[in-house]
Design a protein around this ligand. Sequence first.
Ligand SMILES: [Zn+2]
Length: 567
Amino acid sequence: MAFYQKYRSKNFSEMIGQGHVVQTLLESVKSDKLVHAYLLTGPRGIGKTSTARLLAKAINCEEILAAKKDNKSTTGEPCNKCTACVDINDGRAIDVIEIDAASHTGVDDIRDLIEKARLMPTKLKKKVYIIDEVHMLSKSAFNALLKTLEEPPEHVVFILATTEIHKIPATILSRAQRFDFKRAGREELVENLKRVAKTEKIEIDDDSLDLIAVSASGAHRDALGLLEQVAAGANGKITISETRQILGLAENAEVEKFIGAIFNNIPEEGLKIAQELHNQGYDLAEFNRAVITTLRQVVLLKVAKTIQLDGTKEEIKRLTELAGQADEDRALFLLQIFIENGKLFKEVSIPVLPLELSVVKSTQYSGFSTQDSVLSAEKNLKSEIQDLKQDQNIAAVIPAKAGIQAAQSQPNFPSARSGQALDPGSRAAVRDDKNEGENEAATRKSDQEVDTPEILCPVPVMEMTKDIWQEIISETKKENATLAALLRDAKPDNLTDDTLTIGVKFKFHKERISESKHAQILSKIITNVIGKNCRVVCKIHDGKSKPIQAEKKEDMNKIAAEVFEIE
Ligand SMILES: [Zn+2]
């Protein structure tokens, strides 16, 4: 027997995390204020069906009925000893009828049910109909049910359960007493898991139980299912590391190592970790979620240093160290990438691809490394493109495809034009943030140039994107906050082979940025970021163009809103 069946609550007091519901129900049993229709609503796996059965027992328990007859007080808890209680516990009480509306949606099913409801109960005091997933009923079935709820036979109680309350007609809602079930808290789940583990003689550490509780997202039934899964897969005392492995969750340390590699711009390391996890059979979508969770914590630590995060002291210490390796903007930028590419897990046929795309994009991998891991990632990307060519209709992945095409063709671009090999340190590849159409245009353009190298191209060697500009500002901030502040008010106008032109609003900005001290720092940083020597020229612009910084801010707010809702 599965744990969740074996440990189904037999008393109201055993229900996990539903204090408010339990209290109200016990009160109504005690004071004999039971009604003819109940509606139990809330997420799956948190005790609605168990509560329905408890209520069926409380309504029919011989001990409770006897107490009421003699005007004696009762706790409201079923005795679990009388024939009624035992029969209901064993699932053989013919007067308690459980129906899954998902497979009995038609009006005929409900008519049949209503016909039988008119007949008196065979053994129990009242007939109890438990209709699960009641939102699945058809409109005519709801109408038939409504008529009965309007004039219910004295000997019948309906207990309706649903995960989708918004699909229940208002007419039904108004005729039933409603109870909203909530997800159980982490501690309540852990307490219960401890109790079950003890009874089952499962040796498991507290960290594992905590992890199971977190993975179950407040669903008591899922928590027991996961405990069962872990217990079945382990030998001897179960540790957190085994639990992670059995549940297909990567180690925190692995997640942090992965993020660290990206923070420090070591794509080979990030790709290697992704490939290893894939080979070991980890759930990579889950890993991606763990990366997002960790990046979110890093950002929280950055913006609110005193914030209380979930986790042990050791975990917080490691997070703080990780947070020290990147600035807030970069962490937010990475969050955006992992959230975006996380959506691809359902679309692509190579499970490791979304992670690879994220690593490549977030470290601006240039495509010239010969490391095995990078070559293998490249192979995956190419084979995925093949798949995609056969299915052009998957709209969600086309931007990724377009990005890859641009990345592949771009490295040829400057060499065809100027006859020089592209500097392997250049970050031109995959830097493109433009939309799909523009990417394709760029691809066509570069193809043409490869075919006819004598045509000189007037466009700049490398596109100055928002990301590159943002990186220049971030790098500058580390060396000179004043200069960084000046750059935030500026906008890159033009980038040619050896000159970056920056547009500023006022003469003041131009003079300050052009000061030799500032110009030197800026020139050095730009050289580092774009991978080639570059001088800086300032000019005052008309102020009509939209500053880059504003767009960036909107993006960041959007990401922040999206991420901080993830719980
Ligand atoms: Zn009883």
